[in-house]
Design a protein around this ligand. Sequence first.
Ligand code: GTP
Length: 197
Amino acid sequence: MSHKYDYLFKLLIIGESGVGKTCLLLRFTDDSFTANHLTTIGIDFKIKIINLENKLIKLQIWDTAGQERFRTITKTYYKGAHGIILTYDVTDQNSFKNIRNWIKQIEANAQTNVCKVLVGNKCDKPDRVVTEEEGKKLAEDFSMSFFETSAKTNQNVNEVFNFLTQEILKANEGKTQQMGDKLKKDDKKEKKGGCCK
Ligand code: GTP
């Protein structure tokens, strides 16, 4: 099997239960949306290959459960992540307040150089309680970029994933070259028939 991509990046979506993590992922990978809340059990992932700066990048995107009872499982996935999407719901003050706790989780469990982006989802809804300015300010406090999104109307969803991928590419310029070379070497090995020939 040949590798049809240059780089492999792992992304993680975190935030309180019900903020729309699964919907953001499904909008990005399948261009679909459901009005039902299908609570994620533990963790799940989807793959999407994107073309950025003439490079094919395979994104392995991990969708974590927001519910407290799954925290022990989900935090084991922070370590391998190149990028994290930190999500709250603009109509849910509690999900916004808890972003500071999620940042502590990242600091305790992820790699120090992990790329992060703050996302205020459900911006299509009229009953918002968190303003765009409050979101921007919080992102600035933690040196993160900020987007307001709607998984329902597909506002800014591709932008978030593309931006984060670009940040990872920039942050790992030397390393990504090595990662790309490794994928190409592995590819050659496989074509030769692996270790048995
Ligand atoms: P957990 O798996 O429990 O952590 O939840 P989650 O964060 O994955 O939430 P999910 O994606 O299941 O969405 C929860 C609810 O919010 C569902 O009823 C969605 O239809 C709704 N929802 C998600 N995104 C949006 C959005 O952008 N706009 C609106 N109006 N509703 C949304």
